[in-house]
Ligand binder design. Structure first.
Ligand code: NAP
Length: 274
């Protein structure tokens, strides 16, 4: 369904860039199929030179050239962008918003048109085909629109369809999640440095251990607690490390971090979450 479609990304910043590069890396779309916009001249230049796609200063021009428009601006800018592109949009086009906190009904209201809207919450590992994206459809979105959005984000990782009421949780868990994971990787690497392992090797050990452990969870579908038990020999060294993690309240800290981020996600745009 995606083949032959033109995709315009309004706001090629960190996430927009990851999506554009991810789509091209996997051959889902070519550079001539994707357009991008940004606010500053320097960003437009970066889109041309680093991302390698056509960069447009006008969001309206971008919309006119696109079948699918991905809104990847900050939540606070969504209303302005909707007002900007409103007159250029046709109901045959599809809007996909990746903005945290912004509901499909908020976008529908600001577009003032019966244009299909999909809300998607991807993450930056989309850049290397390891993304995790949740999607849901607005009032005018059909199964076909959801299938198209699924195809876009499946070309850069895994996709789940979820009720919109769960999106602040998804934002806090899998969209913000890479930041938490980097802190864990950085901390494990620091531990290696403390124990005399060179920093680059230590970071490799930590990151590959994170990747391998995550793959075991996904591929074996075993409960993480069972996989943890398989590493923990009675009276061995791992249990001593685990006791330190419990003492440092790692579990409760991670849970509270995600819950706090979800609370913040619900406040990013006033009136965005209903
Ligand atoms: N980063 C993530 O991991 C992540 C994950 C999931 C969802 N999101 C969502 O994705 C969206 C973008 O986040 P980000 O981290 O990629 O932010 P970002 O790096 O700041 O990118 C935002 C982009 O929007 C551009 N922009 C601002 N106003 C514009 C306008 N009127 N017309 C066209 N472009 C405009 C900015 O242009 P300039 O560069 O010229 O300022 C910038 O390139 C947010 O809504 C966020 O909630 C992000």
């Amino acid at each position: 369904m995606l083949s032959g479609k033109k995709v315009g990304i309004i706001g090629v910043g960190k996430l927009g860039e990851a999506i554009a590069l991810g789509l091209m890396k996997n051959g889902a779309l070519g550079a001539s199929d994707i357009f991008g916009s940004a606010k500053r001249d320097g960003s437009l230049e970066r889109i041309r030179s680093k991302v390698g796609i056509e960069a447009l200063a006008s969001n309206k021009d971008l919309v006119t050239k696109s079948d699918i428009v991905i809104l990847a601006v900050k939540p606070q800018n969504v209303a302005n962008v909707c007002a900007d592109i409103r007159t250029a949009l046709k109901p045959t086009q599809l809007i996909i918003s990746v903005a945290a906190s912004v509901t499909t009904s908020y976008i529908e209201r600001h577009l003032q048109a019966d244009v299909p809207v999909i809300r998607a919450m991807p993450n930056t590992p989309s850049l290397i085909n390891a993304g995790m994206t949740a999607i849901c459809g607005g009032k005018f979105a059909t199964k076909e629109h959801l299938a198209l959005a699924k195809e876009i984000f499946e070309s850069v990782g895994l996709v789940v369809e979820l009720d919109e009421s769960l999106f602040d949780g998804v934002t806090a868990l899998s969209a913000s999640g890479p930041a938490y994971i980097y802190v864990v990787i950085e901390s494990l690497a620091e531990a290696g440095v403390k124990l005399g392992i060179p920093r680059d090797i230590s970071t490799l050990l930590a990151a590959q251990t994170m990747l391998g452990s995550a793959k075991l969870v996904l591929e074996t579908k075993q409960h993480p607690a069972l996989l943890k038990d398989s590493v923990t020999t009675p009276a061995g060294c791992t249990i001593d490390g685990l006791l330190e993690l419990e003492d440092g309240r790692l579990r409760v800290t991670l849970i509270k971090a995600v819950v706090k981020a979800a609370e913040r996600a619900s406040q990013l745009v006033s009136g965005g979450c209903e």
